[in-house]
Write a protein that binds this ligand. Structure first.
Ligand code: GLN
Length: 561
């Protein structure tokens, strides 16, 4: 019998509702419950795959190949349950489903309306998401409703949640509302009015929150808690303070210390063994007390919106935890490199080129990769980063001066990266691509397992096989692999059916740690388990730093002096 916790948001968006929901999931899991999470997005896009990462942050890819909201990434990092396509849906999908059904005549001449048809459909989708993971109903489903209370577009979702809680009956559902308590520096005050109003809005539509999570830039003092309690009709102990924190993995402990889990479990009629959050305490500790420190240059395009590299930034944090190393990320704008030349990279301990789409900034990234290769700076190229590493190698080592990806130069004489349909062309020229205008649905998406070649660095990191998630259209062109390998590049993993290059590295005599991966390892990294590739990358950065900072002339101590 699954119990539901609906999480709503008030005042403004981007308060960290996803992290709050995920942290609550982690606490409940530590009480021994099985937990799943759902994200309901009230916008009309049918999937977030084509949305601008500037506006919406990263597109997270699930194991089953869905392009979803980045909050699903937070869920997977905080709880053990793997998210699936059904754990995230949009208003667009709901309307699409209802409209298809209407066209099929399934509503038998009824007037199709927001209530009950859209709200029923939302409930059907919620049920589908809750059971998506298979293996029996979870104890708890945390349902995060995107958007802000008071928005027109989120109303049907809130109404569906209200109806659902009524149908579920007593002790089966509760509501948590996340709001902002802004601090006004002019008067030196925290203002509770926006929170009062947002709870009023919620009550107008029949939802009484059982706990309030109050985001503020400081701890909420007792007076403000009392005021919010009185005006919002929420007991004072359920007005929870959620100040800004430097480390999101400290949030489960922060919420548990204020008794959020006790309040909700009482509401849901659950008596549970005590929470054991020691693993979160240890991780937060490891992040706060590192023994080493490295600086990694991340050469990307959307550098002013780090939200678009969310999972990657988190994966590096996980490596921090597991290597006891503080990882500083220096964001290097690839377009600025194109305009003003390469900045000094000599202070960097490693260089990372993440995934990306489109031609802007590509030549800047290639220039950074060339430096990493020549100066033997540890290099990790992810997806586009691997494709560009192959292009760089083809141009400057193999001698194919105009080598490129057909994504950036459809007429390149040496398409070392191309759509598979462009690889082999009997006429010997590159076929014009036919699928390029179709920007939805032509991607290689989701998890795929490939064998790893024994004796490679990839095998030392991953073992005999690699199972990672993909999100790309273009592939390293197999026709060029013999030429690349003849010059010292190693394709260390390839897909079993089509031999698509999955991982590349350079022979150890050329470079100590230069790895490109066609997949996105950041989607499977968790703070608890870390990730072998990122751990190895940070370790390589540390070694490079040591070698650089240890004077070569220091005599080695030997036993006999
Ligand atoms: N643009 C490249 C492709 O579509 C790489 C995509 C990525 O880095 N996710 O293949």
């Amino acid at each position: 019998m699954t119990r539901y916790i609906f999480i709503t948001g008030g005042v403004v968006s981007s308060l960290g509702k996803g992290i709050a929901a995920a942290s609550l999931g982690a606490i409940l899991e530590s009480h021994g419950l099985s937990v799943t999470l759902l994200k309901l997005d009230p916008y009309i896009n049918v999937d977030p795959g084509t949305m601008n990462p500037f506006q919406h942050g990263e597109v997270f890819v699930t194991e089953d190949g869905a392009e979803t909201d980045l909050d699903l990434g937070h869920y997977e990092r905080f709880v053990q349950t793997k998210m699936r396509r059904a754990n995230n849906f949009t208003a667009g999908q709901i309307y699409e489903s209802v409209l298809c059904r209407e066209r099929r005549g399934a509503y038998l001449g009824q007037t199709v309306q927001v209530i009950p048809h859209i709200t029923n459909e939302i409930q059907i989708f919620i049920q589908g998401g809750v059971h998506a993971a298979g293996g029996g109903a979870p104890d708890i489903a945390i349902v995060e409703i995107g958007g802000t209370v008071g928005d027109i577009e989120s109303l049907p979702f809130l109404e569906a949640a209200r109806q659902m809680s009524l149908q579920l009956g007593r002790r089966r559902a509760c509501f948590v509302h996340l709001t902002l308590v802004p601090y006004l520096p002019m008067s030196g005050e925290l203002k509770t009015k926006p929170t009062q109003h947002s709870v009023q809005k919620l009550r107008e539509i029949g939802i009484l929150p059982h706990a309030l999570l109050c985001r503020a830039n400081r701890v909420l003092p007792m007076d403000e808690r009392a005021k919010i309690s009185l005006f919002a009709n929420v007991p004072q102990d359920a007005v929870i303070s959620m100040p800004d924190v430097a480390n999101i993995y400290a949030i489960p402990n922060m919420l548990h210390a204020q008794g959020l889990d006790d309040i909700l479990c009482a509401e849901l009629g659950l008596t549970l063994p005590p929470a054991d959050l020691s693993v979160w305490t240890r991780m937060a500790d490891a992040l706060e007390h590192p023994r080493h420190r490295v600086t990694i240059g991340m050469v990307g395009k959307y550098v002013d919106s780090t939200e678009s590299y969310k999972s990657l930034v988190e994966a590096l944090k996980h490596a921090s935890i597991h290597t006891s190393t503080r990882v500083e990320i220096e964001y290097i704008d690839s377009e600025a490199i194109e305009k003003g030349g390469l900045p000094a990279l000599t202070h960097l301990d490693a260089i990372l080129v993440p995934g990306g789409f489109g031609a802007r900034g590509v030549e800047g990234k290639i220039a950074a990769i060339q430096t990493a290769r020549n100066a033997k700076i540890p290099f990790l190229g992810i997806c586009l980063g691997m494709q560009l590493a192959v292009i760089e190698f083809a141009r400057h080592v193999v001698g194919l001066a105009h080598a490129n990806s057909t994504e950036f130069d459809p007429d390149t004489p040496d398409p070392v990266v191309a759509l598979i349909t462009e690889w082999h062309d009997r006429a010997g020229t590159v076929e014009k691509r036919s699928t390029h205008s179709d920007l939805g649905g032509t991607m290689r998406l989701g998890a795929q397992r490939s064998p790893v070649n024994a004796g490679t660095q990839a095998a030392r990191i991953y073992g005999a096989s690699v199972n990672e998630r993909h999100r790309h259209r273009f592939e390293v062109n197999n026709r060029f692999v013999p030429k690349l390998e003849a010059h010292g590049m190693v394709i260390s993993a390839a897909t079993p059916e089509h031999g698509l290059p999955e991982m590349m590295e350079l022979q150890p005599n050329l470079h100590p740690w230069f790895i490109g991966v066609q997949f996105h390892p950041e989607f499977t990294s968790t703070p608890r388990a870390g990730h072998p590739l990122f751990n190895s990358f940070v370790q390589a950065a540390l070694e490079y730093q040591r070698a650089r900072t240890t004077p070569a002339s220091t005599p080695l101590k030997t036993c006999n002096g």
